[in-house]
Design a protein around this ligand. Structure first.
Ligand SMILES: Nc1ncnc2c1ncn2[C@@H]1O[C@H](COP(=O)(O)OP(=O)(O)OP(=O)(O)O)[C@@H](O)[C@H]1O
Ligand SMILES: [Mg+2]
Length: 323
């Protein structure tokens, strides 16, 4: 079953007095399968939050369509089986996290004993056990984010939608959230989350979509998206001989490499994908170089992401010039 499906989803914001239109989404189509962790990746302003708000029924879709748990959005029925962490969760300052979760549980019609049990289990799960009695106004940014996460899980949802769940968290907190997401998947849930932290997305997502400028650029398994093509080879050489010989060798090698950098008595030569590595090594040895290491560089998700962002910028430039 497709847990989330969007077809040509478009959203245009009109600023006050309709002076300007912002095309935040320009025909977004993707599907999230049951039981997968799906990472929604894009730079600031790409349309991640807008997509999520449209899916949650929090903003009006301009054109196209979307379903959640098989129901067209907005759907009250789907809402019951859905957990949602907004980008900037807002809570009543004077409540404690236990009271907040109790309130959340009430909204889903959960009985008092079960609410208390869930609240206790959830504060421990998100690492707020020590702060049970503290009002939320005394929470740090990271603690509020954790409270928001607990709130998103209070109805034991089948689908969890998280807008930037790692934002505001330190590396330890981010790891905890990644582990929590994997735990949810192991429990059979579907997780859809947005982020611009590439490593977080890459590490835990079964599939990712890259969105730039309101358009989906790529969808797939991270490994498949970046493919296996070698971008470059990095060769570290130790150059021997007197100062003049080393300088001459460096110059000769630099002429054959794309980049050459000195690193602690050694040089790092970056060779383009088309360079014959074996030939280069023979040449470098002839210049008195000793080969320390040879490392192939493959495209990473970050390389792909940055390429897509650059292409998006160029498109915007072309659009601005045309209008
Ligand atoms: N309420 C609004 N009114 C007008 N324009 C908006 C509104 N909300 C978002 N936008 C615009 O829509 C585009 C997409 O914004 P969105 O918040 O969806 O991006 P995002 O990918 O979530 O970015 P971030 O990583 O910064 O959270 C941006 O150009 C933004 O300025
Ligand atoms: Mg956002």
């Amino acid at each position: 079953m497709k847990v989330i499906e969007t077809t040509n989803l478009a959203k245009t914001y009109r600023t006050p007095f309709r002076r300007k239109k912002v095309e935040a989404l320009r025909g977004v189509s993707f599907a999230v399968e049951e039981g997968e962790v799906f990472g929604f990746l894009g730079p600031n302003g790409a349309g991640k939050t807008t997509t999520i708000r449209c899916l949650m029924g929090l903003c009006r879709i301009t054109s196209g369509s979307a379903t959640i748990l098989g129901q067209p959005v907005p759907s009250r029925e789907a809402r019951q089986r859905l957990g949602f962490l907004p980008e900037q969760p807002y809570f009543y300052d004077y409540l404690t996290v236990m009271e907040l979760l109790d309130l959340g549980g009430r909204l889903f019609g959960i009985g008092a004993a079960e609410r208390a049990r869930r609240a206790g289990a959830l504060v421990d799960k998100v690492g707020l056990g020590h702060a049970r009695g503290l009002p939320l106004k005394k929470f740090s940014k990271g603690m509020l984010q954790r409270a928001g996460l607990a709130m998103a899980l209070v109805n034991d949802p089948d689908l969890v939608v998280l807008d930037e769940p790692m934002s505001g968290l330190d590396p330890v907190g981010r790891k905890e959230v990644r582990d929590l997401i994997l735990e949810l998947r192991d429990a059979g849930k579907t997780v859809f989350f947005s982020s611009h932290i590439l490593s977080d997305v890459e590490q835990i997502s079964d599939r990712v979509a890259i969105v730039v400028g309101g358009t989906i650029r790529d969808v797939g398994r991270p490994r498949e998206l970046v493919g296996g093509s070698r971008l470059a080879t990095e060769v570290v050489l130790h150059l021997t001989g007197d100062e003049a010989a080393v300088a001459a060798a460096q110059q000769a090698i630099a002429a054959r490499a794309e980049k050459l950098r000195g690193v602690e008595g050694e040089v790092l030569a970056v060779l383009g994908a088309g360079v014959d590595v074996d030939d280069f090594l023979a040449f470098a040895r002839g210049q008195g170089g000793k080969v320390v290491s040879v490392t192939p560089r493959h495209e990473t998700l970050e390389d792909l992401f940055l390429r897509r962002v650059e292409a998006g910028k160029a498109e915007r430039g072309a659009e601005a010039a045309a209008s």
